[in-house]
Each structure stands twice: as structure tokens, then as C-alpha cells.
Design a protein around this ligand. Structure first.
Ligand SMILES: [Zn+2]
Length: 755
């Protein structure tokens, strides 16, 4: 961190012009007069959020464990409800009954070559008062692991990703009938038991290696922020990416009392094999007892042992059983009705449930949302009236897998498709750089907001600071040139792992996910140590980045709610699609080159010749090279989109917003723009996972939270399904052409208004 501070100073010396200047430029979507009035309201808004309030809310919300179904989870929902009401919102709680398993039996013991029983417990830390709330803490476990009682030799599988199993094949090691031990990291956790089961393993253990978030990465809690020897990462392993998030028993439908529920054995998103997370103090004896080949260099972690792959001789017994109960999730929903366009909704959300006390995840984001809501309440008292309806949502049940937000989105699907303009999400928040993810039709809008927010540490704009940081880290001259010249910083595409998923991927509502991060290290994720003591010692200790998040998202909400013309923009979007098209071609070429080279090495006997006869390497199988694909439809559609985006931009430049434009014509134009993200869906959805309907963004089936853009094409290439890839190129091209047609319709409407 200190080293980082020095770096930032150097950047300021090189770029002396980075200070935040008062920006008087006209806001997109506002007339000159409305833009000035809006800037006044926004400035008033940004002066309101207070770090002291954020601190007090965090103390309240993280005072006791508050997972789904717990007493304090309910109390928090009711407290949040009372706050929304106090601040002038029309608020209520919506409750859904969902499947939420909790542990009944957890046994992990080594039977051979020595005996060892895993503790499976996180000890109390004397200085940290909430760690002693034993009776209310959920034990360490992975939610939606299937019940199981298995005994087998251990195999170490590194991070447990498909590539790791290819490396195991080279070593001649199979996991069939084995229990695998994988380390946390490099992917979403649920991928590990999924891939293990696909390779024939009968159980899965996931441990936190100190190299990733323990002592190799920094001082451990309570001396520092990193994971101590007994800290365990709880977390959901629901296979949401291959099926759907939300209640596993009512996929695609709201979990209402009248909805028929699947039997648990038929729920697709529950794991195929039992899986348990453990600490590194529990993992070390197991790993130390393993023999077999030495683990490849990149597989070795930070424990003071020699890492072997196995199988065995360590033999373990894993026994897990869960209470498969329905539990209520309590979403708190609060509204400010729109004054002139009440049928256009700005939806803003952050979850309130945690795995335990959850001060960082999710309370650091929830308190920013609450302070935004209080500030909007203050503006209402001062006479501000939003044009559009604003809906604030404090979700429950995010941790088990987006239960509260998904069920609410499914319950209100028809209304949301008709009325929702945008969904803006946050989750946890610490110090650092503004992280901007979302729909690329909102890229210019998001950049415009970031330019108006002051970074608490440097006092430059959060946009400038982020740009400088990206330039500093850029890997090529080409990337640096783009960062300096392109007017907007690129938004990260959204994958999953937080509550925007149903809104974006299932309903086609343009979405944003915003937070600050990059300066605080953390190794307490989903443990009992993620609490107020940790957050107030090692994260945003003075809550100024909490205030910055309130200011950032609150400004976005205000601007979206008040704009005459919705600030969707399509040239950045089209540029992104052009980029994705090039990436897909490159991906195919790389696949072809890799397989061609490997086949040649097989023919030339390279594997046998370079193998150590005492530690022989197993050569891979010959594989057919993927044929060329026809990307022409995608190029044509992307070009069509680029042209439509340019025409809309040109038409808009001639439109003078103000008194001469009728409200009816603006509403008509906004109604077209609101549907622009919906056009990117197909009814049939993605192959084999039809709940996911967005053709441009999805979580990856084998990456989980990480996004796959143009997912059906990209994954068909990844998984070497050539004819499917060709088919999917056509489907994506069709969606992009439809989008271009919608933009043309908007252009015609703008032209009619300009006459
Ligand atoms: Zn969270």
C-alpha cells in the first residue's frame, strides 16, 4: 500500500492537469436550462452523505450475524424499512419462501496414513467482540452442496479448473473415485465441484491457501487484514451459470406459495458431489500426507510443505448432511413516484444479508445505498421532484445465490420489462479506484458521472484517477494510446456474482455495477472476521469511499431520473461490439493454432522424446482442428450497428431540447430507448441454459462470475462445437440487426422532433 501511494504521487507529477475542475459542460439529455438546474440539484445532493452516518449504519447492520432466515436478518430488513419510511419513501417488505440449506452434519477426517480430524471452526478473536457470537453464526459450509458420505484417497487439483485436469492427464492421474482438494481462487468456487464431478470425483474439499489471501499476501487478522490459519470462506456452490440463480425449486418462476416446487432431487442447480470449504490449518495435514508426483511449479501454494498431487496415500472421510428447509427472504422495496414519467423506473439495489456479520460484504455497499436514499429524501424536502419513478431495493438472500433479487425480478417480470429504464447495483465497497461495469449503451453516461465525483484521497475526479491508474498498469503502447485518446473509459462487461444478474441477463434491463476497490487487501471474505472491527481497522476506516459511492451512484440515479431525454448512447456500444467480433476471430485462430501445433508435436514424437523416463509424461490425444467459421454475418451486423449509432448521434446533435419539444414526443422517444437492451434478448435464450436470454453478456458456464461476452458464440468456440458456433453467429447477428433497426427508429423520432 505504501508502495502504491508513492506510485500515485509520481503520476500526479507527470500529469499536473489532473485536478478536478468545475465542469460546466451541458449534461447529455438535458436542455441548457435544465442542465444548469440539474447540476445545482446534483451538487446539493453530493454535499449531504456523511461518513459518520455510514459508520453508524454499519455498526447497526453488522452488529449480529444476519444470514437468510436468521432473526437479525429479519430485524435488519425491518430497520431498513423504517429508515426508508422516515426519509419519505413509500416502502414495504416483499417476502419469498426459498430453499436454503444449513448444515446438520459436517465431518472431515483423515483415516490414512495418519489420523486427523478437521476442526471446521473459526476461533474467537479476543479483541474483536462480534467473533464470539457463536450461537448465531452459520457454521463453515458451502450452500447447495448435496448430502453425502464418501471415503476415498485425495487428489490435489490446484484451482480445480478444466486446464488443471489437462495437466493431471499429462501426469497420468485420474480423479475417478477420488476426493479432490482444490484451492480457492482463480474462478468462482462452484466451478470446482462441478468440474471435479464431471471428471468422476466423488467429493470435493476447497481450502484457502495462504499464498492467495493468507500470510503470503500480508499480515493476518487481527494483526492485519488477511486470512488467518482458521479463517474459512463460506459460499454458495449452486450451479447457477448452467441453469439459473434464485430458488432452485422454482426455476424461472417466482417462489410463491402457489408455484409448484421441484423435488430436491430434481433441482438442477444443486451440486452432484458433496463439497466442503476448510481453512489452511485444516488443509495442511491433509496436503502434507500426500505423495505421488510433485505438483507442477505453478500449483504450489504458500504452505511450508512439499505439494504432491496424489492420489493418496492420504485417505479421507467426508460426511455432510443439511437441513433442506424453505426460508423466507425479505426484500425491502422503497419508492419515490415520478412526477411526469411515473411509468419509467430507475431501479437501484444492494443486498443486506451476509454470511455472518458481513460488514464488508454486503454492509459497506448497503450503507452507501441507505445514505443515498436519505440524501434523496432531503432533496424531496427542498422541493426536488424526480421526473421518473425511483425504486430503492435492499435485497435479502444474495449470498446463497441472488435469491431475493431473482425472485423479485421474476415476480415483477412483466412490469419490469415494460417500465424499467435501468438497474444500478453495488455490493461491497472499500478504498481505491472506481470500478465501472455495465451495459455499454450506458458507457458514456457512466463516464459523465465519474467525471463529476471527487476522489477522497487525491481530490482529483474519480474518472481522472481511474484513467491514470489504467495508463500506469497498461500492458502495451496501444492500450496506453487508447486510454489517452478515447473520450470514455471502457465499462467492464457484467458476468454475475451479484444482484444485477436477473435484471440484465433474464429481463434485458440495462444495468450498471459500481464500487470502489484496489487499495485495501482482504482475506476475511465470507468468514466470521468480516465484521465491524475488521472494516474499521483495515478498510475504508474513515468511510470516505462509502461517501464517494453514495455520491457516485446517487448522481447516476438523479441524472437518469431527471433527464429530458434518456442518456443511452450507441457509438461506444457499437465500438464494443466491433471489438468483441475481432476477439472471437482471434479466439478461433488461437484454438486452431494450438491444436495444429499439438498434433504436429504428437506426429514428431515430441512428448515421448522430452519426457523424463523416470517420470513419464502422458501425451495428449490427437484432436481435429476446428474448421473456419463464417464471421461475415457478425461483421455485417456490427457495421450496420455502427452506422445506425452514428446516424442517431448526428440527429441528436441537431435536436435542441427545451420548450419547443413536446413532452409527448420525448416520452415516445424515451420509450424506444428504454427497449434498447430488451432487443438484445432472445426468447429461446442461450443453448442449454434458456433462463439466460441476453445474447451479449452472461456468466461463463466454466468461469462462473467472470463474464463471457457474446456467450453462445464464445463458449461454442471454447468447447469446440463448430456447427453450433456458426448457428449462434447467425442468432447474434439477427439481434444486432434488430438493435440497429430500433436505433434507426429512435433517429426517425429525433428527426421528427427537429423539424
Ligand atoms: Zn455481497
Amino acid at each position: 500500500m505504501r508502495r502504491f501511494a508513492a506510485i500515485v504521487l509520481i503520476i500526479i507529477l507527470i500529469f499536473p492537469s489532473l485536478a478536478l475542475g468545475a465542469d460546466a459542460t451541458q449534461l447529455t439529455g438535458f436542455s441548457p436550462a435544465a442542465s444548469n438546474a440539474q447540476r445545482d440539484w446534483e451538487q446539493k445532493f453530493r454535499a449531504i452523505p456523511s461518513p459518520d452516518n455510514l459508520r453508524e449504519y454499519m455498526k447497526r447492520l453488522s452488529a449480529r450475524p444476519h444470514h437468510v432466515g436468521s432473526p437479525y436478518d429479519k430485524e435488519n430488513a425491518e430497520w431498513i424499512l423504517s429508515k426508508f419510511k422516515e426519509w419519505g419513501f413509500d416502502a414495504h417488505i416483499e417476502t419469498f419462501d426459498v430453499l436454503f440449506p444449513t448444515p446438520k452434519t459436517r465431518v472431515l477426517e483423515m483415516l490414512e496414513p495418519t489420523k486427523f480430524t478437521a476442526k471446521l471452526e473459526e476461533p474467537v478473536v479476543a479483541d474483536d467482540p462480534t467473533t464470539s457470537q457463536r450461537a448465531e453464526q452459520l457454521p463453515t459450509y458451502n450452500a447447495y452442496s448435496i448430502d453425502g458420505d464418501v471415503t476415498a484417497p485425495l487428489v490435489y487439483v490446484n484451482y480445480g479448473l478444466p486446464k488443471d485436469y489437462e495437466d493431471l492427464d499429462r501426469l497420468g492421474i485420474s480423479v475417478k473415485g477420488a476426493i479432490v482438494i482444490a484451492r480457492y481462487g482463480n474462478s468462482w468456487r462452484g466451478i470446482k465441484p462441478k468440474v471435479a464431478a464431471e471428471h468422476g470425483a466423488i467429493g470435493c474439499i476447497i481450502y484457502s491457501d495462504p499464498q492467495d489471501d493468507g500470510y503470503s499476501a500480508g499480515d493476518v487478522f487481527p494483526q492485519g487484514p488477511m486470512r488467518n490459519a482458521n479463517g474459512v470462506q463460506r459460499g454458495s456452490v449452486m450451479d447457477f451459470a448452467s441453469s439459473n440463480p434464485g430458488d432452485p425449486l422454482t426455476p424461472g418462476f417466482v417462489a410463491a406459495s402457489s408455484t409448484p416446487r421441484l423435488a430436491i432431487k430434481d433441482a438442477k442447480s444443486i451440486t452432484k458431489i458433496p463439497v466442503l470449504p476448510i481453512s489452511y490449518s485444516d488443509a495442511q495435514p491433509l496436503l502434507a500426507a500426500m505423495k505421488g508426483p510433485l505438483a507442477p511449479q505453478s500449483w504450489r501454494g504458500g504452505l511450508p510443505i512439499t505439494y504432491h498431487v496424489g492420489p493418496g496415500p492420504a485417505k479421507v472421510h467426508l460426511k455432510l448432511a443439511f437441513n433442506w428447509d424453505l426460508k423466507p427472504v425479505n426484500d425491502v422495496i422503497a419508492k419515490i413516484p415520478g412526477s411526469t414519467d411515473p411509468g419509467q423506473w430507475i431501479v437501484r439495489g444492494n443486498h443486506h444479508d451476509g454470511w455472518v456479520n458481513g460488514a464488508d460484504d454486503p454492509v459497506s455497499g448497503q450503507v452507501a445505498l441507505l445514505e443515498e436514499a436519505r440524501a434523496l429524501g432531503e432533496l424531496l424536502k427542498q422541493g426536488w421532484k424526480p421526473k421518473r419513478t425511483i425504486i430503492y431495493c435492499a435485497w435479502d438472500g444474495e449470498e446463497p445465490m441472488l435469491l431475493g433479487s431473482t425472485e423479485w425480478a421474476e415476480a415483477h417480470a412483466d412490469e419490469l420489462k415494460q417500465h424499467a429504464v435501468v438497474y444500478i447495483n453495488s455490493d461491497d465497497n472499500v478504498r481505491g479506484f472506481l470500478q465501472m461495469g455495465g451495459s455499454h449503451t450506458l458507457e458514456q453516461f457512466t463516464n459523465s458521472v465519474a467525471r463529476d465525483i471527487e476522489d477522497p484521497e487525491t481530490k482529483m475526479s474519480t474518472w481522472k484517477r481511474r484513467q491514470a491508474h489504467d495508463i500506469f498498469l497498461a500492458k502495451s503502447a496501444e492500450d496506453r494510446a487508447e486510454l489517452r485518446q478515447r473520450p470514455d473509459l471502457r465499462l467492464d462487461p457484467l458476468g454475475s456474482g451479484t444482484d444485477y444478474t436477473a435484471f440484465l441477463d433474464h429481463l434485458g434491463i440495462a444495468s450498471l455495477d459500481l464500487f470502489y476497490a484496489g487499495e485495501d487487501s482482504e482475506g476475511i471474505y465470507h468468514s466470521i472476521y468480516d465484521d465491524y472491527y475488521w472494516y474499521s481497522h483495515f478498510a475504508d476506516t474513515d468511510f470516505v469511499y462509502g461517501r464517494a459511492l453514495s455520491q457516485t451512484i446517487g448522481t447516476a440515479v438523479l441524472r437518469m431520473a431527471d433527464a429530458d431525454l434518456l442518456p443511452f448512447e450507441f457509438t461506444d456500444f457499437a465500438d464494443t461490439i466491433q471489438q468483441y467480433t475481432k476477439e472471437l476471430e482471434k479466439l478461433l485462430k488461437e484454438q486452431q493454432d494450438t491444436i495444429t501445433e499439438r498434433n504436429r508435436q504428437l506426429e514428431d514424437d515430441v512428448f515421448r522424446a522430452s519426457s523424463d523416463p523416470r517420470q513419464p509424461m502422458v501425451a495428449p490425444q490427437h484432436e481435429d482442428v476446428l474448421p473456419f467459421l463464417n464471421f461475415a454475418p457478425l461483421h455485417n451486423a456490427a457495421d450496420m450497428l455502427t452506422q445506425s449509432a452514428d446516424r442517431y448521434k448526428q440527429a441528436l446533435a441537431k435536436l435542441k431540447l427545451g420548450d419547443s419539444v413536446s413532452p409527448q414526443s420525448l416520452t415516445a422517444l424515451n420509450e424506444i430507448l428504454m427497449q434498447s437492451e430488451r432487443r438484445l434478448l432472445t426468447d429461446e435464450g442461450l443453448p442449454r441454459r434458456s433462463w439466460y436470454k441476453h445474447m451479449l453478456y452472461a456468466p461463463g458456464v466454466y468461469t462462473g462470475y467472470n463474464p463471457k461476452t457474446v456467450p453462445s458464440v464464445r463458449e461454442a468456440i471454447d468447447q469446440k462445437r463448430a456447427s453450433e458456433a456458426d448457428q449462434e453467429i447467425l442468432r447474434v447477428a439477427k439481434v444486432l440487426k434488430d438493435e440497429a433497426a430500433l436505433i434507426d427508429q429512435a433517429t426517425e423520432q429525433v428527426k421528427a422532433m427537429t423539424k
